[in-house]
Design a protein around this ligand. Sequence first.
Ligand code: HEC
Ligand code: HEC
Length: 487
Amino acid sequence: MADPQKKKSWWKMCLLLLVVFAAVGGAIGWYKFFREEPQPEWVTATPDMRFKYGSIGAEHDAGIPYWIFFVLPRMFPEKLPGPGGYASLGVGWEQGQELPIGFTKKVIGFPRVANNCASCHTASYRKSADENPVFVPTGPNHTLNLQAFFRFVVDCAKDPRFNADEIMSEIALVYELPFLDRLIYRYVLIPITKKRLLEREAQFKWVYHKDFPLWGRGRDDAMNLTKYFLLNWPMDDTIGPTDMPSVWNLKKYRPEKGMLMNLAGDSHDARSVIIDSALGLLSAAPHDPEDFMRQIDWLVQYLSEIQAPKYPFPIKQDQAKSGKEIFDNHCATCHASERTGTRVPVEEVGTDRERLKSWSKQAAIESNKVVRNFGIERRGLVEIEPSGYIAAFLDGIWLRAPYLHNGSVPTLRDLLNPVAERPKVFYRGYDVFDSVNVGFVTQGPEARRVGTKYDVSERASGNQGHEYGVNLSAAEKEALIEYLKTL
Ligand code: HEC
Ligand code: HEC
C-alpha cells in the first residue's frame, strides 16, 4: 500500500508543476503575442518622421504579421496592378526605408504592419523625370491606388496558395525564423490572418462591384468605407471616390464661424475628422483609450501648425501681383471670404453630385452613436443631408492636382477653361510636375504607363461645373495662375 502522505505530496508536486507550466506558458504566450515594444527612436525623431512612420495603434486589430506582409507580393505578383511589388500600388517609398510611407511596423508580441494617416496624406512630386521624388507629409497622395491595395490583400487571402506550407517556404527563402516563431506562424498567425482577411471580403464587396468604375490612383471612396466598415451597412448603389485632400494648416478651419470639414462639409471640426479617420485605421475600438487620445492630440497639434510647401519653381512676381487683383475680383468671394470653408450648394457650383449621394444624415447619426459608444467625446459628423461642396482654402493649391473634389480636372489651366475644353481622358498618378499648366503631367507615354486612365464620362468622374474665370483673357489667366502658385 502506498503511503497516503507520499501520495499527497506527489499530487502537490504535480499541481505545482502544472502551475509552473501554466505560468511559463502564459509568460511565453504573453511575450510572443502581446508584449508591446516601443518603435525605434528614429521613428519619432522628428514630427514629420512620426507622421510618416509612427504607429497610431492600428497594429492591434488591423495589423498584418510582418513576414506575411513581406512575402505576399512575391507569392502573388499577378494580383498587383504591375511589376515592382507594393511600389506598383503607387505608395510613397523613401530610399533606404524598409516600408513605404504610411506603413508602420510595431512589435506587439511579433512584428506587425499597419497603416497611418500618411499613406493617403503624403504627396510626392518630381521637378523633372530624371529627379528623385520629393515627399511632402500632409499633402494629398495622388499616386496611391487604394482600391487595388484593398483588392490585393483580399485576393491573396482567397487564393488556395495562401496556406501555411507555401507561406512558410516563401518566408524561409528570405529569413530563418527561430523555431518557436515558425510554429507560431504556421499554426496561429497564418490561419488567423487568412480568416481575418476573408472576413473583410463582405465589407469590401463594393470595391469589386462590376458596374462601378475603378477609382484609379489618388482616389478613395471614403464615405462608403465609413458606411461599410464602421456601420456595417449592406452595400447600396452609391459610389463617390474623391481625391485625397491635403491636411496641412488645419487651424485655418474655424468651426465657430460655421466652417465645416471634409469635401462636402460632413464633419464639424478637425478633431472630429481626425478621430474618425484614426478609428477607421484601427478598424475597432481603441485598444488603449488613453494612448489613443494622446495620438489624437498630437495629430491635431501637428496638422494645425504644419504649412503648405512653397512652389518649387520660379514665380514671376509682377504677373502674380496683377493676378491677385483678378483673384480678388473673380475668386475671393468664395476662396478668401466668410464663405471659405463653408458649403456652396451643388446647384450653384455645378460639379459632380455622386459623392454627395454616398453619404446621408442617417449615416451621420449612426456613426456618431457608434463613436459615442466607444466612450469618445467629439462634436462629430454633421447630422444633415449633404447638399454641396466646401469652398476650399487654396493654400498649397499647386500641389493639390488634379482639381475639384473628384480630381476630374488635371491642371489649374484646365480649370480656367470652359468644361467643353477640359480634357476628357487623361492619366492620373504620374508624379512629374507640369509647371506650365500647374498640375501633374497627365498625357504622353510615361503618364500612360504609370497612371490609371481617368474618363470624365464615367460615373462619379464628371468634370462639369465650377466655370469661374473661364471668360478671362489669356493674359489674365496667365496672371491668375501665377498668383495661384504663390498660395
Ligand atoms: C485611406 C486613405 C486615408 C487615410 C488612411 C486617412 N485619410 Fe484623411 N481623408 C481621406 C479622404 C479621401 C478624405 C476626404 C473625404 C471626403 O470628404 O470625401 C480625407 C479627409 C481628411 C480630412 C479633412 C480635410 C479637409 O480639408 O476637410 C482630415 C483632417 C483628414 N482626412 C485627416 C486624416 C488623419 C489625421 C488620418 C489618420 C488618423 C487620416 N486622415 C487617414 C483619406 C484618408
Ligand atoms: C461661387 C463660389 C466660387 C467661386 C466664385 C470660385 N470657386 Fe473655386 N471652388 C468653389 C467650390 C465650392 C469648390 C469645390 C468644388 C468641388 O470640388 O466640387 C471650388 C474648388 C476650387 C478649386 C479646386 C480645389 C481642389 O483642391 O481641388 C480651385 C483650384 C478653385 N476652386 C479655384 C478657383 C478660382 C481660381 C476661382 C476664380 C477664377 C474660383 N475658384 C472661383 C467655389 C468657388
